[in-house]
Design a protein around this ligand. Structure first.
Ligand code: AP5
Length: 217
């Protein structure tokens, strides 16, 4: 099964993808994570992408569709993919169809996380992760049990994304409204879209997604 998680920054795409990886053995394909890894490694793609990402704008369609195709090639047959943050434009949606088709895969669900954008700014600006193991935390909702120490690996080093400041988050949301939300009718016409209330708590959002995946198989 291959699915798209669609929603604006902070809607919970990464959180739910992570849960599906653990619960169902699916593989998360996050273009944001792949681009951040390329930036960190200083690859040519990373060098091109860094300034665009820091400004909250979209990286070019060719770059992201290329890295998604490569990532999909790394998934063993029989394992489903969770597209997290891809596609984000109409051109990417068309590319994804071609990429899946060329690999004998089909798209089974597009799950839109509906959210109240004003509340998302708090979600994003407050989040941080362990620099060692990547465990996620939040200033308001989920602090480490022992202050300054990661619950999972005991590290004392944490980091925040450079694009998680309020001004950039507003740009990212505007990009979502202008370029990503308009691709929904493309998938609605194929009967693939289900909507989930992304403002419910994490477990309820997860249960709603599970119900969709289990109902349609
Ligand atoms: P990307 O990394 O994809 O960022 P994003 O879409 O802005 O999404 P986020 O990771 O910020 O949010 P999320 O929905 O995953 O929420 P999360 O689960 O973390 O992209 C970054 C940049 O890369 C883009 O701006 C662009 O430049 C570039 N890029 C990436 N893909 C691209 C593409 N296809 N084309 C072109 N450019 C591309 O949750 C957020 C917080 O909320 C966490 O703290 C979490 O714990 C908390 N939370 C989650 N769910 C809930 C809940 N239900 N209740 C309470 N708290 C919750």
């Amino acid at each position: 099964m291959n699915i798209i998680l669609l929603g604006p920054p902070g809607a919970g795409k990464g959180t739910q993808a992570d849960r599906l990886v653990k619960a169902r053995g699916m593989v998360q394909l996050s273009t944001g994570d792949m681009l951040r890894a390329a930036v960190k490694a200083g690859t040519p793609t990373g060098l091109k992408a860094k300034a665009v990402m820091d400004a909250g704008q979209l990286v070019s369609d060719d770059i992201v569709s290329g890295i998604i195709g490569d990532a999909l090639d790394g998934i063993e047959p029989g394992h489903g993919g969770i597209f997290d943050g891809y596609p984000r434009t109409q051109a990417q949606a068309v590319s994804l169809d071609e990429i899946l088709d060329a690999r004998g895969r089909t798209l089974d669900h597009v799950i839109e996380l509906s959210v109240d954008e004003d509340k998302l700014v708090e979600r994003i600006v407050g989040r941080f992760t362990c620099a060692q193991c990547g465990a996620g935390y939040h200033d308001s909702f989920k602090l480490p049990k022992v202050s300054g120490t990661c619950d999972v690996c005991g590290s004392h080093e944490f980091k925040r994304r450079p694009d998680d400041n309020e001004e950039t988050v507003r740009t990212r949301m505007a990009e979502y409204r202008a370029k990503t939300q308009p691709i929904l009718p493309y998938y609605e016409a194929k009967g693939l879209v289900s909507r989930v209330d992304g403002m419910a708590d994490i477990d309820h959002v997860g249960a709603a997604i599970d119900a969709i995946l289990d109902a349609k198989g």
